[in-house]
Design a protein around this ligand. Structure first.
Ligand code: B1M
Length: 211
């Protein structure tokens, strides 16, 4: 019988093939999909997030671990879709209009996926109209905005304004981040949350969906 903590340990070490094999074996043994996800993949990714926050892991280690997470998810996702097993929630994520930086945003995506969210990544230079359109279509719980340019931070305000204008305030929470972004700025523009790094973004997303 596969010990699910073994999956977590291999994921932390970034061993994609081993994670894939263990997940397959656990599925073949008839272990519960949700348990494999939570006690294997998500548990491992949450350790990776903690290590990243404490500067024990850097971007390359996170990327490699996220690759291992993806290898496991490729086996779980079709079963979850078939059985309509819901994750923690749906996040529409993107780098705001005028900004092409995406390295941090991609890390945020990996941490959110690692925490069990479904992430719809709209890429870079995303307009407020696009965020709203997709958030409505996908019935999103959260919109995540990233910006690295001080000039592009203004686009975050546009998205918050558009969410209010469309009557989505409260239904769709907004979380913002990126090197020049601060909690003060989030307060100023009326975003629901701010996170200083990718691992904290996943924590903040969970916290916002509880409230
Ligand atoms: Co650009 N760039 N860049 N750049 N670039 C910066 C950001 C800059 C600070 C460099 C500098 O001048 N010292 C500066 C911005 C100055 C400012 O506005 N204050 C700058 C500039 C000016 C520019 C151009 C205008 C340069 C030019 O063309 N003249 C141009 C802009 C293009 C555009 O966007 N329209 C430009 C272009 C580029 C490249 C294309 C060459 C490349 C981007 C490649 C890519 O992203 N695919 C690039 C890079 C790599 C950088 C630096 C060197 C590194 C950014 C990065 O990836 N950091 C950067 C200088 C620096 O930071 N040393 C710089 C690593 C990443 C993991 O961190 O993105 O902060 P970060 O993400 C963190 C957190 O912020 C947080 O979590 C992440 C992980 O912990 N986070 C979130 C991010 N998003 C979040 C969302 C959340 C929560 C947390 O919730 C949803």
């Amino acid at each position: 019988m596969v010990e699910l903590k073994e999956i977590a340990e291999r994921l932390i070490g970034g061993k994609s093939d081993e994670v894939r094999n263990l997940v397959k074996k656990a599925l073949d043994e008839g272990q519960d999909v949700r348990k494999i996800l939570n006690e294997g993949l998500v548990a491992g990714m949450s350790v990776v997030g903690d290590k990243f926050k404490k500067y024990e892991f850097y971007v390359p280690e996170v990327l490699i671990a996220a690759g291992a997470m993806k290898a496991g998810m490729q086996l779980l996702r079709p079963i979850m879709v078939e059985r309509d097993i819901k994750g923690l929630g749906t996040v529409v994520l993107g780098t705001v209009r005028g900004d092409l930086h995406d390295i941090g945003k991609n890390l945020v995506r990996m941490m959110l996926e690692g925490a069990g969210f479904e992430v719809i990544d709209l890429g870079v230079d995303v307009s407020s109209e696009k965020f709203i359109q997709v958030a409505k279509e996908k019935n999103a719980d959260l919109v995540g905005l990233s910006a690295l340019l001080t000039t592009a931070m203004l686009s975050m305000k546009d998205v918050v304004g558009a969410v209010q204008k469309e009557g989505l305030k409260g239904k769709v929470k907004i979380i913002i981040g990126g090197a020049p972004v601060t909690q003060d700025y989030a307060n100023e523009i009326g975003a629901d949350g701010y996170a200083p790094d990718a691992a904290s973004a996943a924590d903040k997303a969970k916290e916002l969906l509880k409230s």
